[in-house]
Design a protein around this ligand. Structure first.
Ligand SMILES: O=P(O)(O)OC[C@H]1O[C@H](O)[C@H](O)[C@@H](O)[C@@H]1O
Length: 542
């Protein structure tokens, strides 16, 4: 194993000095972005995406230092190690091979001597055959009627990526199949879906790598009971996507089929595996799912092969580290000017924050400061009319703007104020990035804008299945590069465990009270005891 030290001392010291230097008034963005070459020098294209970072608070010397940092951290070597099956998830002794799930080459990738590529291909073929049979009406529900509704039952990585892609590609959903997501254990989630679907024509796709996740198990149980009450055989209305050997594996009476996901693909990196494949294949058609995979594969190749100075996810990762650890911005926003991308941010929230929200390096040594950044966002222009006041005049945060050149729908937009809708959208995107960077002086303090607020623009040519795959793989690779530069392991998530264990104690107290009305919640602290009394009485105290 290599050296996972957080921030190689020499680069670290020089970057701290550089950050102080860039705080000077003559390094304000309004000066940095002056000049015809700024955009040419601070942008790159690759993997089918254009990435413009000309409005980030960097100059050439800073970028040179950042590339040195990436080299000192051996970020690209570690990325290649990951692609070749090395067990980069050091705390769990696992490989991280989500990229193999969308690799169409015959090049073998071995884990413990076993080539995993044929296993992944076999699952893709199984998905294709199943989707074709559902669309062709050969596989039906228990009353013989074809499926019209697909409901994903899963949470976290077994849900968010698929929801992002499904919403992004809704314009392509022509298979007469609706797609819903039952993630939360909140009864409102189930009840509202149940009220919308025709149970006889509904296929539940239960997705859980572990098949022990409390929310998913509770929902699966509720589905089985509710379907039985409707005199429908649940096993004819359900498939599972899960790990080999999990409690949900095998079609032994549990459902129509089981599709495997593998322990070398983490939940938040799993949308290009069967996790996304089964629901997206049913919703969009398998061919479109494969186009999405090919877009992701193109970005993977770019991330693996492009030199650092041209490597989009690596540059973006260096800018995250720069903004977070040197300029001190604790948050970052993602603002897509394309409403089909409205669920990108929730997906990247899990992908990035669950991967990189860490306080120790990959060898367990405390970091000088916690890693990770708070990700939030909404589509533009909606975001402008909600929280952009703070972006312009409150606490500054870096922004990824995302623009699409050709929208999914072509229609006569007319010309309101001389422009069509798509042009109006772009006018707003460009205006926001400009205003945030430049600012504006005013004699009235309430009306003055300090500017110097960094942003990048990611441009997609279209919003086809391939483009969505590219964007997904860009954010995955960026997240992993960030982690390798910070020296952390992005593939474990022990931070989510304590809450689950604590919920188990509280659940136990509730179950005890359900059994025995005299039980008074002795196993919990005084605050939680008061809440439990409130919940069981249904009344506010006092
Ligand atoms: O797929 P599952 O085993 O049901 O896990 C679902 C999710 O739950 C956990 O709490 C993890 O934090 C996530 O990384 C995971 O994606």
């Amino acid at each position: 194993m290599g050296d996972y030290r957080f921030f190689h001392q020499r680069q670290h010291r020089r970057l701290v000095e550089r950050a102080l230097y860039l705080d000077r008034e003559d390094c304000h963005l309004r000066h940095l972005i002056r000049g015809d070459r700024r955009m040419a020098d601070f942008s790159a294209a690759g993997g089918g995406i254009f990435y413009d970072y000309s409005r980030q608070r960097v100059d050439e010397a800073t970028m040179a230092l950042l590339f040195e940092l990436a080299e000192a951290a051996a970020a690209t070597d570690r990325f290649a190690d990951m692609a070749h099956g090395k067990k980069v998830n050091v705390t769990e002794n696992r490989a991280a091979l989500h990229m193999a799930a969308r690799s169409f080459s015959d090049h073998p990738v071995r884990v413990d001597g076993h080539d995993i590529k044929p296993d992944l291909k076999a699952v893709r073929n199984q998905i294709k055959t199943f989707c074709d049979a559902v669309h062709g009406g050969e596989i039906t529900g228990s009353t013989g009627r074809s499926f019209r509704h697909v409901v994903v039952v899963g949470i976290g990585g077994s849900y968010l990526g698929t929801e992002f892609v499904a919403r992004a590609l809704e314009a392509f959903a022509d298979r007469d199949v609706s797609l819903e997501f039952l993630s939360n254990v909140d009864i409102h989630n189930f009840a509202s879906i149940w009220s919308r679907v025709d149970a006889e024509r509904t296929l539940w796709v239960v997705i859980s790598k572990s098949y022990t996740t409390a929310e998913t198990m509770a929902n699966e149980d509720l589905i089985r009971r509710t379907m039985q009450e409707r005199r429908l055989d649940p096993s004819k209305h359900l498939v599972t996507v899960t790990s080999k050997g999990s409690p949900g594996d095998g079609d032994a009476g549990r459902g129509l089929a089981s599709f495997h996901m593998f322990d070398f693909i983490g939940g938040r990196y799993s949308v290009t595996s069967a996790v996304g494949g089964v629901p997206l294949g049913l919703y969009l058609g398998y061919d479109r799912f494969e186009r999405f995979l090919k877009g992701a594969e193109a970005m993977d190749r770019h991330a693996l092969e492009a030199p650092p100075e041209q490597n989009l996810p690596l540059i973006a990762a260096l800018l995250t580290v720069w903004n977070t650890s040197f300029l001190g911005y604790p948050q970052t926003a993602i603002i897509p000017y394309a409403s089909p991308l409205s669920r990108l941010t929730p997906h990247v929230q899990q992908l990035n924050m669950e991967s990189n929200g860490k306080s120790v390096d990959a060898l367990g040594r405390p970091l000088a400061q916690p890693a990770g950044t708070v990700v939030f966002g909404e589509p533009g222009t909606n975001a402008q009319h909600s929280f952009f006041q703070l972006a312009h005049q409150g606490k500054a945060f870096p922004i990824d703007f995302i623009g699409v050149l050709n929208p999914q729908y072509r229609m006569d937009e007319g010309a309101f104020k001389g422009v069509g809708h798509q042009q109006e959208l772009w006018a707003n995107l460009l205006a926001q990035a400009t205003a945030l960077a430049m600012g504006q002086a005013s004699g009235d303090p309430a009306r003055s804008f300090s500017g110097n607020r960094p942003s990048s623009i990611i441009v997609l040519e279209n919003l086809d299945p391939e483009d969505v795959g590219r964007l997904l793989a860009f954010y995955e690779a960026r997240t992993i590069f960030e982690a390798f530069i910070w020296g952390i392991n992005p593939f474990d998530q022990f931070g989510v465990e304590l809450g689950k264990v604590t919920a188990g104690v509280i659940r136990g107290e509730m179950a005890a009270r359900n059994q025995n009305p005299e039980h008074d919640f002795d196993a919990v602290d005084a605050i939680n005891r008061r809440y439990l009394r409130m919940i069981f009485s249904g009344r506010l105290p006092g």
